[in-house]
Design a protein around this ligand. Structure first.
Ligand code: ADP
Length: 429
């Protein structure tokens, strides 16, 4: 599913940017071509001004002068003196004749109404003209003299300019194609980065649902089998099955409570953050665990700093829950006769509290330390109690993370585990 979304997003991203790029390129090409045409026409007009003025001053028009003027084929010249072509040399072939007669016709149809009764130095016209698929600029000059009419036509082929324009178009097309290919690659990479957290989240959710269903299936199977056994059993036996059903039901309800807690912390439920006296919170926690310590034959101690502490801005219920989980684990994984300590310190330099739950119990292997915060992970399920589902540490981690804090796990000197919660004293939302 994500692959499809990725493909669509990448195509959309590359498509939109590619379209914008192409539109901008077309606009740029249009403007540039217009100005190229305009500039070349202006330059042609200024050339013609010079040439025609020059021609006016010539008393005799020689072939050498005309050859020079033709400038190695840059211009084509046609002179008609009193209706007689002046320059029909070897170059004035049939094709050239047709070209000039078409140009003269175009001139006639364009400038019929214009005056021709001045010298051609004062009066000449330049205009664009197309013949045989080739564009030209034309300069036409006509002079009425006492001894007759003198007509001059100069043609400038735009083939070179056309080549230049096509070259520019191909260059832009190539550059655009290259940019679009790069954009597509970038979009593909970018959408991957964008979708990666969503993909991971979805995988985690699927994993979570699978694990939760698996955990729920066990007590449910026991309940169902006990229920059918209870139906067939004698009165005395039935009570035993019913108590098993009650026990498994309670276990299921415990698991559901933990799942709900995890999803609510996972969705970052609105925590009520307020200034909290952490030493008081820890003292209350210590007192609530004292009876359990007595029951389990564990020694429990608390260490608080002597000096006055700043308040910690946090959700006291959430932090209390996280610390209870750590305490519960310490009690669960420390055999009778062991020691559990709750220690609070404050670093003014780091502006952070450190709350350590230290036990001298079974400890955690180094290879397991990174994994114990995963949902439903238990190092040795056979050693955990039935109501331990491997969710406690992930719940605690979610809560502390939402306070921008950390949970560190270490070995206790001499054996056992030490879990340390690092909480900044001021939490920015
Ligand atoms: P559980 O509810 O099973 O205790 P947790 O997420 O709280 O789940 O802990 C995950 C695993 O980490 C436990 O199964 C246990 O193996 C290990 N663990 C947690 N705390 C301790 C501890 N204080 N000492 C030894 N092992 C611990």
């Amino acid at each position: 599913m994500f692959q499809k979304v990725r493909l669509r997003l990448a195509a959309l991203c590359a498509g939109i940017t590619g379209f914008i790029l192409l539109t901008m390129s077309c606009a740029w090409l249009y403007i540039s071509e217009r100005s190229l045409h305009k500039n070349s026409f202006v330059s042609f007009q200024s050339d013609m001004n010079t040439i025609i003025a020059n021609m006016e001053q010539q008393t005799v028009i020689t072939h050498e002068w005309l050859n020079k003027l033709e400038n190695h084929g840059k211009y084509r010249i046609n002179i008609i003196d009193n209706g007689v072509p002046f320059l029909y040399n070897e170059r004035n072939n049939q094709e050239q004749k047709e070209l000039f007669s078409a140009a003269w016709e175009a001139y006639e149809s364009r400038f019929q109404a214009e005056s021709k009764e001045s010298t051609y130095a004062d009066w000449h016209e330049e205009f664009p003209f197309s013949y045989g698929g080739i564009d030209y600029y034309v300069c036409a000059a006509i002079s009425e003299r006492k001894n007759g009419t003198f007509q001059v036509m100069i043609l400038f082929s735009l083939a070179t300019l056309g080549h230049q324009i096509w070259l520019q178009r191909f260059l832009f097309l190539g550059l655009d194609a290259f940019a679009i290919a790069l954009l597509s690659l970038f979009s593909w990479y970018f959408t991957n980065q964008l979708l990666y957290p969503l993909e991971e989240n979805q995988k985690n959710q699927v994993q979570f649902i699978a694990s939760a269903s698996h955990e729920l299936r066990t007590p449910l199977a026991v309940i169902l089998s006990c229920a059918s056994a209870a139906q067939k059993a004698q009165d005395a036996e039935r009570e035993h099955f019913l108590s098993s059903i009650r026990e498994e039901g309670t276990r299921m309800s415990l698991l559901i409570d933990e799942l709900l807690l995890l999803t609510s912390t996972g969705s970052r439920r609105a925590m009520e953050k307020e200034p909290v006296e952490l030493d008081t919170l820890l003292l209350n926690l210590y007192e609530s665990f004292e009876p359990l310590a007595k029951d389990q034959g564990l020694s429990l101690r608390i260490e608080l700093p002597e000096e006055a502490l700043p308040p910690c801005t946090c959700d006291s219920v959430g932090v209390g829950q996280a610390l209870s989980i750590l305490m519960n684990n310490a009690f669960c994984y420390t055999p009778t006769g062991g020691h559990v300590a709750l220690v609070l310190t404050y670093s003014a330099r780091e502006e952070a509290f450190r709350i350590s739950v230290i036990d001298d119990g079974i400890g955690i292997a180094d290879s397991e330390k990174a994994r114990i915060f995963e949902r439903f992970y238990r190092t040795d399920p056979s050693r955990s109690q039935k109501e331990h589902f491997g969710l406690g540490l992930s719940i605690a981690l979610e809560i502390i993370n939402s306070h921008h804090g950390r949970i560190l796990v270490d070995d206790t000197l001499g054996g056992g585990s030490t879990f340390t919660v690092v909480l900044p004293s001021k939490i920015k939302d």
